[in-house]
Write a protein that binds this ligand. Structure first.
Ligand code: PRP
Ligand code: GUN
Ligand code: MG
Length: 160
């Protein structure tokens, strides 16, 4: 259970994806990118633009229980990527590392990169941008909306 939240804005996500792309420039060129749907798709689009990469494949894994890798299903295989040689896998985040582990098994020769990594998932990634504490839930811009907050002065004395 998360004890705190980290809100990532569109601007921050774009900056972090560009920073990842800049690091990846020294690891390429890549034949193509495999985006892990759905969270990896927007980071993959930003990185593909920076690296001038036009071949984008996707892989879709649905995990039901992070303790049991058996309880996951591959909804779409990354067929265009073969064994992953020359390909770059992109996801938004590694948490337990289960999703990344399943995808790496399918594409053992690919490089795995993500924007945010929690300690449990960190060893499974080759490259990431920001480490996030394990008990922090990352709120992505597509998960959130701005919310009106009443000014402090509008509250009654008992509420303050
Ligand atoms: O390291 P893990 O514990 O496996 O968690 C990380 C995964 O969880 C989220 O995806 P999710 O499965 O929620 O689906 P989504 O990308 O479609 O939102 C996130 O986008 C990563 O892919
Ligand atoms: N949005 C979001 N999805 C996740 N899936 C696993 N961990 C996380 C997280 O911290 N944030
Ligand atoms: Mg995901």
């Amino acid at each position: 259970m998360a004890t705190s939240y980290a809100t990532v804005t569109w601007d921050q996500l774009h900056r972090d994806a560009r920073q990842l792309a800049s690091t990846l420039m020294t690891r390429g060129p890549f034949k193509g990118i495999v985006a892990i749907t759905r969270g990896g798709m927007i980071p993959a689009a930003i990185i593909a633009r920076e690296l001038d990469c036009r071949l984008i494949e996707t892989v879709s894994v649905v995990t039901y229980d992070e303790q049991k890798m058996g309880q996951s299903s591959v909804v779409k295989k990354p067929e265009a990527a073969g064994d992953g040689e020359g390909f770059l896998i992109i996801d938004d985040l590694v948490d337990s590392g289960v999703t990344a582990q399943i995808v790496r098994k399918m594409l053992p020769k690919a490089l795995f990169a993500c924007l945010y990594a929690k300690p449990a998932g960190r060893p499974i990634t080759d490259i990431f941008v920001v480490e996030v504490p394990q008990d922090t839930w990352v709120l992505f811009p597509w998960d959130t909306a701005p919310l009106f907050i009443p000014p402090l002065a509008s509250k009654s004395a008992e509420e303050v």
